[in-house]
Design a protein around this ligand. Structure first.
Ligand code: NDP
Length: 297
């Protein structure tokens, strides 16, 4: 018998993740705030289009959420159409949002009151990783709940790592993305300075990528997205801004001196403000280019 599962949040990464659950092992219900996306998904895949979060969750053993922030997940819990109205005792909420530890802990406590399990399970690997089922999934929560969730997580990801108690996955994801932000920003500063000094960005990247300054940003993002001026929209700058803010908060909460992460949070907040909600994360480079009066190409 297929296991009943619900997926809520058919965004840029949620949609390809949900596709891996539309398989004979599962009986899938999907829900998205904008109903057209729910209908389009259900028309293209073996899935039921649910009308509310409660409708999606009713009868489900597993409910997977993938929304912008933990705030939106928390807001889906309550009311007659909310998740908690639909989820049964013994069900498990798997939150793949890149969330924040404190809100995840609150959500876990609300779920526990009803006998519902919760794990935070943010992902890395981008839209490409989601499409080919090769995401890394970092999990916070009870090890026994992770064990139960494994068939679901294995359908969407390749590397599944237990990071600690509830919120640990969120914290690790946020720090990873703060490093991504540092790498993007510092590479942009360096390449702009080198261009002024007469070194072409392609030449600079060729050397850096054979040397110790290389990163995923220098090896992939800059050659494929910046030098080409393609800037495809795969992961919104607004979401990276949110992730660096979470990392900055984690560092402050833990009383770790973190001037670089705090500054990076400020820079990405400013870039997000200047470039708007739909800009891609790599477009933060454009914000620095505007300030510098030059382009990396
Ligand atoms: P998108 O902005 O593409 O999609 C967001 C989704 O959340 C949409 O389905 C949207 O619905 C829904 N949503 C937004 N606000 C609400 C709300 N108030 N109530 C209910 N649903 C809402 O985001 P992504 O898919 O890119 O990202 C989702 C999560 O995954 C984020 O936490 C992000 O940080 C993380 N992530 C993203 C990666 C990427 O490469 N894109 C990589 C790794 C992690 P609607 O269609 O109605 O707008």
């Amino acid at each position: 018998m297929p296991v009943n599962i619900a997926f809520l949040g058919l965004g840029a990464i949620g949609t390809p993740m949900a596709r891996h659950l539309a398989i004979p092992d599962f009986s899938l219900a999907v829900w998205n705030r904008t109903a057209e996306k729910t209908a389009a998904f259900a028309a293209a895949h073996p899935a039921r289009a649910a009308t509310t979060p409660a409708d999606a969750a009713r009868g489900a053993t597993f409910v997977v959420t993938c929304l912008p922030t933990s705030r939106e997940v928390e807001a889906l819990l309550d009311g007659p159409d909310g998740l908690l109205a639909g989820m049964a005792r013994g069900a498990l909420l798997i939150d793949c949002t890149s969330g924040d530890p404190a809100t995840s802990q609150r959500i876990a406590a609300r779920c526990a009151e009803r006998g519902i399990g919760f794990i935070d399970a943010p992902v890395s690997g981008g839209v490409g990783g989601a499409e080919n089922g090769k995401l890394t999934i970092m999990v916070g929560g009870d090890a026994a709940l992770l064990e139960r969730a494994m068939p679901v997580l294995k359908a969407m990801g390749e590397k599944i790592v237990h990071c600690g108690t509830v919120g640990a996955g969120d914290a690790l994801k946020a720090v990873n993305n703060a490093l991504l932000a540092v790498h993007i920003w510092s590479a942009a500063e360096g390449l702009l300075a080198l261009a002024r000094a007469g070194v072409k960005p392609a030449v600079a990247l060729d050397v850096i990528n054979a040397s110790s300054g290389r990163s995923n940003s220098s090896m992939n993002l800059f050659p494929e997205r910046v030098l080409t001026r393609a800037f495809p929209r795969t992961f919104r700058l607004a979401l990276l801004d949110k992730d660096v803010m979470i990392a900055a908060q984690v560092a402050r909460d833990e009383k770790v001196p973190s001037p670089l992460i705090q500054l990076t949070a400020e820079l990405f907040r400013a870039a997000h403000g200047a470039l708007g909600e739909e800009a891609d994360h790599v477009e933060a480079v454009k914000y620095l280019e505007q300030m510098a009066g030059g382009e990396i190409q």
